[in-house]
Structure formats: C-alpha cells, structure tokens
Design a protein around this ligand. Sequence first.
Ligand code: PHE
Length: 346
Amino acid sequence: MLQNKIQQYTEEINRLAPSSSVEVEEFRLKYLVAKGLVKSLFEEFKTVSSEEKKTLGKVLNEFKQLAESKYAEWQTVFSDNSGVGLQREEGDLTLPGEGVELGSRHPISLVRKEVVAIFRKLGFVVSEGPEIEDDWHNFSALNFPPEHPARDMQDTFFVEKREGNDMALRTHTSSVQVRMMEMGKPPFRAVMPGRVYRNEAISARAHCFFHQIEGLYVDENVSFADLKQTLFYFVQELYGEGTKVRFRPSYFPFTEPSAEMDISCSICKGKGCNLCKQSGWVEILGCGMVDPNVLENCGIDSEKYSGFAFGMGIERITNLKYEIKDLRLFSENDVRFLSQFETELV
Ligand code: PHE
C-alpha cells in the first residue's frame, strides 16, 4: 500500500542523522535522483484510485518536501568548501601540514636599513618628520628664493593654500633637517629617511612619490673634506671596496658649495654599459656644505658652526644594487617581483 510506504519512509527519514557528506550523498541517491524513491512513489501514485488520490496527494507532497528540506539542511552542514573533495571530518591527520609562506622584505626597506646601518656606524642617528609640510620647512628656510621653479605647481603637490603658508606634500626630506636644527643645538649628526612627493608623470624612470635618505652633520670646523670622506666610506660599505667616487660641481639653494657625487658603475665596474650610458660613472647623490643662510634661518650661529648635507634617492641606490630597470615595480605589489628579495626573520 502506498500510504504505508510513505509512512515507513517518513519515519526512516526522521530517524536519519548523517555524520558525513558521504552519507548525505547516499541519502540523495536513494531518495532524490530521477530513479529514486520519491519519484517511484509518484509513479505509484498514478495507479491509485481517484478516491485515494485526494488524501494521498497531500501526504505524498508533504513527504517530498520533507525529503528535500532534510537534504538541503544536511548539505549545508556537511558541505566541503575546500574544493579538494576531502571532508573535514575525514581529513587525514597524518598528512604533513600546509607550510606558512613567509613574505619578503620590500627592496626599498632592505636598502634603507642597509644605508641607515652604515651611517649608524659613523655615529649618525635617524630623524623623521611629517610628510605634509609647510612652505617654511620645505622651501623658505632652505634658502629657496620665492620665484624658485621647484615651488611651481608642476613639481609640488599643494594640499592647502593659506596666506603666506602653503601646505604641501614634502618634495624632499631636507625639511626634516630644518626641523631638527630648529629644535636642538649643534652638534647634529643624523640621517633622514622618508617618502617624498613630486608632481611628475609616472614612467619607468619617474614617479610621483619616491624615497630619500638625507644626511646632516653640523658642528664646529666641519669641512668639505669631512663630507668627502664620509661619503667615500659609505660607498665602500654599500657597493664594495674599490668603488671609485667623483664629485662634480652642482647647485642646490641650501648648500654652498654644492656637488653631485658619481660612483664607478656598480654593474660594469667602470668599463661602460647601458646603465651608465657607456660612461663608467653613475650619479647617486647630491651634497654640499650647508649654506650659512640656512643655519641662520634655523637659529644656528654660522660664524661658529658649519656643516655638510647630502641626499640620495633610495630607489636609485636600489636600482643600481639590484639592476631594477622600472621604477613602477616598487609600488605595484607584484609578488613575482617582491618574492625575489630576501626574507628576514626578525
Ligand atoms: N634635497 C635635495 C633633493 O631633493 C638633495 C640634497 C640634499 C642635496 C642635501 C644636497 C644636500 O634633490
């Protein structure tokens, strides 16, 4: 009798308590597939008298709903999201665990650390300052004349314009030198690593932000010879013994005299290659003796004290060390690029 069967299967389903997704699947195969029990009961239903159909139709539909809702309920409980077909409750506990993949240090961080460590050995401390700066610290105190092109909208990202005091994203970390000198008393011996911003079109060779490390040494009797020897030592440490340096006269508003320093090409060792444009030399930094005006602007007696300053782009130093040809790689977060650098366990 159909009614009895329905009754019997209903009880069976109500008793069921599957304990794995395999059992849930067995249930589906038994009841819900095209040749399953529910379908066959409907087939049988067709054969009963029209008298019986009235009551049985309702009972049969309720049975079908029960089977479907139980299946849906169990399926959510035992669904396996791992995509590998292994049920959680059946995982093989003797399998080796999944290793935790370690990230790697960003090359900019690696090189910044290395540069800072070299200067630390010479007694330099690290000094930091804000990335949003006022006109005074970024330009005026550093002896930039009011009409200097670096203040131009093309180079500087202005954040806010207030009368006499434009706020901008700092264009160099020299602003930290000013803050340091204003706040303290000589001697100063510090390096200032940090991010700087310039309004430039993004390409392989230029970016709207990059990183610098600047250095400042102010004391009595500091000379250009001290500057040269300090930078010479730095280059030997970073690029290896025997790296040559040369200084070319240059101009910065905040140093006098000013120079740019080249090193013998770290790639071809001075023989000439694409990187150094066959010259054997590559420029790595700007430097000079702190202009007495800057010292005075920061409240330091320029008759008594003198100092030197230098500044370099970390990206540039990194490019030379690792032969990276496209600046954009540094900020794209491509794991294929980043994972080539060392992992540091701290
Ligand atoms: N501030 C300069 C720049 O951003 C670099 C520099 C620093 C040059 C210190 C000389 C002395 O280009």
